[in-house]
Design a protein around this ligand. Structure first.
Ligand code: PLP
Length: 372
């Protein structure tokens, strides 16, 4: 095995968990700590403060951290935002939009979906018509960056439709947070979902939901649908530095280091600018080798991930394995796209030099004509 997991191991070009810095990984070794002690309360209060600071949010925004992957926070937001007997409107143009709808349905919440092909933004006129036609819609949920394809959804416009309809907006920003520009206050998103291990460069195991001041009333009006992922419980206890259940203590330590590192390097704005350079490097490098991007040229794309068509004569598995031999982990297409495309995420602790080396490795596999 030429590469092994660890400090100088795999270069992860999958959309989370992303590569982390030695400082973040070493935080796991800090030692054992009881979550009922004041040291953990300090850590938790600090994490809430730093998570708000990362998105330039005032202290009136709540932050609820939950131990679990990003989907746990998605579930917590959906269950906490829709009152009994009402419905959730969902924009579904990818795997994660579909997941938001599936979460609601699995808890008996009615869903009204507006769908679009995975390569296209949602039809906003249809969404506006749905929101005005149905008076049982209690919230609107949308994914900012659909990690399925790399497509950025028009959240400013979608948020405006939610405001016109008078319903809160649930935003899955898990793969755009830290990667793409997002002004939560400006667009007035009410439930904003994030995770430690994508653009924030923490380790997997902790995710979170930001709650706007006006959405707290809604949270208070929704009876518990789950014991574990109950937004009201987490908000209330964490504001006191307390947690309802045993958290992933060491992963919280790691997130704390990751957020300090983020701030020391200029915060989210600097990281978004860096990610834009990374994405451009990979796109230009791969295009020069004859590879074609999967999304149409006009589609707004995230800085976090790029989807390419598979080169002629090479299956995903072959491409994956030959890149893995050189230390790079790419990601398959989801659902029906697995035979057509592959994904390259550019999130996490990666240098531009590493991405240059990746393009060179790609050239060794596909040649200079995209394998044709
Ligand atoms: C990664 C991701 C999630 C969460 O996936 P987990 O495997 O639960 O961490 C949710 N939404 C989007 C858009 C994502 O990219």
């Amino acid at each position: 095995m030429p590469f092994a997991p660890g400090q100088d191991g795999w270069v992860l070009l999958n959309p989370g968990p992303a590569c982390t810095s030695p400082r973040v990984r070493n935080a796991l070794l800090r030692g054992d700590l009881c979550h009922r002690e004041s040291e953990f309360a300090d850590l938790l209060l600090g994490l809430q403060r730093k998570l708000r600071a990362a998105l330039d949010l005032p202290s009136t925004y709540g932050v609820a951290l939950v131990t679990g992957s990003g989907t746990a926070a998605m579930e917590m937001a959906v269950l906490g935002a829709v009152r009994p007997g009402r419905a959730l409107a969902v924009v579904n143009n990818g795997v994660y939009g579909a997941r938001l709808a599936a979460i609601a349905r699995s808890h008996g919440i009615a869903v009204a979906e507006v769908t679009a092909p995975w390569t296209a933004p949602p039809p906003l006129d249809e969404l506006a018509a749905l929101l005005s036609a149905r008076d049982d819609i209690d919230a609107l949920a949308v994914v900012h960056h659909e990690t399925t394809t790399g497509l950025l959804n028009p959240v400013e416009q979608i948020s405006r439709l939610a405001r016109t309809a008078g319903v809160p907006l649930i935003l899955d920003a898990i793969s755009s947070m830290g990667c793409d520009a997002l002004d939560v206050q400006e667009i007035e998103a009410d439930f904003v979902i994030g995770t430690a291990n994508k653009g924030f460069h923490g380790l997997p195991g902790v995710s979170f939901v930001y709650v706007s001041p006006r959405a707290r009333e809604r949270v208070a009006a929704v009876p518990a649908r789950s014991v574990y992922v109950n937004l009201a419980t987490y908000l209330a206890s964490q504001e006191r530095g307390d947690v309802p259940f045993t958290p992933a203590v060491q992963v919280c330590y790691a997130l704390n280091e990751a957020l300090d590192e983020l701030a020391e390097r200029g915060g989210v704005a600097a990281r978004v600018a860096d990610y834009a350079v990374r994405a451009a490097l990979v796109r230009e490098g791969a295009t020069a080798l004859g590879l074609a991007e999967f999304l149409p040229p006009a589609a707004p794309r995230s800085n976090a991930l790029t989807t390419f068509r598979l080169p002629q004569g090479l299956t995903y598995q072959e491409l994956h394995d030959r890149l893995k031999e050189q230390g790079y982990i790419i990601y398959a297409g989801q659902g029906g796209l697995s035979g057509e495309m592959f994904r390259v995420a550019t999130m996490g602790e990666l240098s531009l030099g590493t991405l240059h080396n990746f393009v060179d490795a790609l050239e060794r596999v596909v040649g200079t004509e995209g394998g044709r």
